[in-house]
Ligand binder design. Structure first.
Ligand code: FAD
Length: 456
């Protein structure tokens, strides 16, 4: 152990330190996934990069594990740890847009909602995910995809530079000229390399979109998935769309007598000229009549937060994911068997398209190792009642076992559960060896190990 005490650490930190016994300890140690119940030795509420340096130095000096919490959405709960230090960035969420350079400077604890709200005013956006409460930090470091990915690339493809505190406590400005190896590793290598105190993104013109969800009878699932795999290959890149399976929530646009039933889902987002939306959607919409749909013009941030209420903090989470280059007939058969068994209204399965601008970035340009993939599938088990853990986890595992043979060996690090740690080499894929080298250079002691870990 080092000589610094938690009281001394607290004296250095602007944002405050919470330790066991403090009245707000249970609140401070809580993460998004309610299955995670870890008890850190100290939660450092970082207010600035100086606080981050203090947290990193304290953890290293004490020999304690260090967890970094951004948006807190990590399904395996990597935003906290047992007996270690949590660098909690949730107090660092500012976003500054430069409308002339079309860039945004985003603090490490900001959520996608924080980012979208700030950029929308300028008619600008960057690729984000589907839910607005997800953290920019973890999402970007693992890659990042969502509605705008076909048009703008992965979130990490739009990263211009990052301010990083590395394991030695040094603050570094990292971009393609300064510390390019570290910059490469940050774009797909997850939280293994340091604490990003701020991200600088390139923004692109996106303001209002046409989009929303549509639900179809299960009997149309095969036709919808087949049409999707054909059409999405060269559909206009302004189209972000994904199919899935979903239990109908009790929402007014869905007939009341169908609430609680499973359906095939398509979620649309068109970021091109609004008058072209209908033509872009038609090949997918004409496959089957919808049971319910709510598609229309709206601000991009509205679509990005449209499903937030389905996934509030405090659910149990167990997820798995795969990448695939093709959606084969066998894969579709597996989806038809397992998708309709989705066990709770919060749970879902989505098949995101990874093509368009994502494929124009050379494979070696970033550490994101799955450029050849065309689809990213997530089986997201999310449910409120811990008594239903076994049934929900079994659904995810059975579904995964059925589609894995029709998928690549590796999946998306951001969709993994803790029992996927042994898949790290596959998940980091062709980038793994170079990631290990960068890890050795910047974190030889593996201080940043509470993550989908790359061992030095
Ligand atoms: P945290 O739990 O705070 O952190 C996750 C990991 O990232 C940890 O290892 C942490 O140490 C590290 N980390 C976070 N911030 C920093 C930082 N500033 N510096 C260094 N390390 C950091 N992914 C997509 O790509 N697209 C989606 O549409 C999408 N939707 C999702 C919806 C939900 C409801 C959930 C739960 C997840 C979703 N994800 C999606 C997956 C998401 O990208 C990962 O869960 C991601 O890790 C979340 O990042 P976070 O900052 O919220 O999480």
């Amino acid at each position: 152990m080092g000589t610094q005490t938690i009281e001394e650490l607290a004296g250095l930190v602007r944002g405050g330190v919470v330790a066991p016994g403090d009245g707000d300890y249970d609140e401070a140690r809580r993460v998004y996934n309610a299955m995670i119940d870890r008890k850190p030795a100290a939660v450092v509420h970082c207010a600035n990069a100086g606080d981050v340096i203090a947290a990193v130095d304290f953890a290293r000096g004490s020999g304690l594990p260090l967890a970094v919490r951004g948006g807190s959405h990590s399904v395996p709960g990597y935003g906290t740890c047992d007996g270690g230090v949590v660098a909690d960035l949730t107090g660092m969420r500012s976003v500054r847009v430069d409308p002339v350079r079309r860039t945004a400077r985003v603090e490490g604890g900001a959520t996608l909602g924080d980012l979208n709200a700030a950029t929308y005013a300028f008619g600008l956006a960057v690729t984000g995910g589907i839910i607005s409460t997800t953290g920019v930090g973890g999402l970007t470091l693992g890659g990042g995809f969502g509605y705008l990915a076909r048009k703008l690339g992965l979130t990490c493809d739009n990263l211009l530079s990052a301010d990083v505190v590395t394991a030695d406590g040094r603050f570094r400005v990292v971009n393609d000229k300064e510390e390019p190896d570290l910059f490469w590793a940050l774009r797909g290598g997850s939280g293994n390399f340091g604490v990003v105190t701020s991200f600088e993104f390139r923004l692109s013109p996106v303001k209002d979109i046409v989009g929303g969800p549509a639900l179809y009878e299960l009997e149309h699932a095969a036709a919808i998935l087949r049409r999707y795999r054909e059409y999405i290959v060269d559909a206009p890149e302004e189209l972000g769309v994904f199919p899935g399976f979903q239990i109908a929530p009790p929402l007014p646009f869905i007939p009341e007598d169908r609430h609680g039933e499973p359906f095939v889902l398509q979620v649309f987002c068109w970021s091109g000229p609004p008058e072209e939306a209908e033509a872009a959607f038609r090949p997918l919409r004409e496959v089957a009549p919808p049971v319910a749909e709510m598609i229309g013009p709206m601000p991009y941030p509205t679509l990005n937060s449209a499903f937030d209420a389905l996934v509030p903090p405090g659910l149990q989470h167990y997820w798995k994911g795969v990448f695939s280059t093709e959606l084969t007939d066998d894969a579709i058969a597996a989806h038809l068997e397992h998708g309709p068994k989705v066990p709770s209204v919060n749970s879902t399965m989505h098949i995101y398209p990874i093509n368009g601008a994502c494929h124009r970035v050379p494979p070696e340009a970033t550490a994101f190792a799955h450029r050849e993939a065309t689809f990213a599938t997530v089986i997201a088990g999310m449910w409120p009642d811990p008594a239903e853990n076994a049934a929900n986890i079994a659904w995810v595992r059975d579904y995964y076992d059925a589609i894995a043979p029709h998928s690549e060996a590796g999946g998306y690090v951001n969709f993994m559960s803790d029992d996927d740690q042994q898949r790290a080499a596959d998940n980091y894929g062709a980038s793994y060896r170079r990631l290990v080298e960068v890890k050795r250079a910047y974190d030889p002691g593996n201080l940043f190990r509470v993550n989908h870990n790359i061992r030095p």
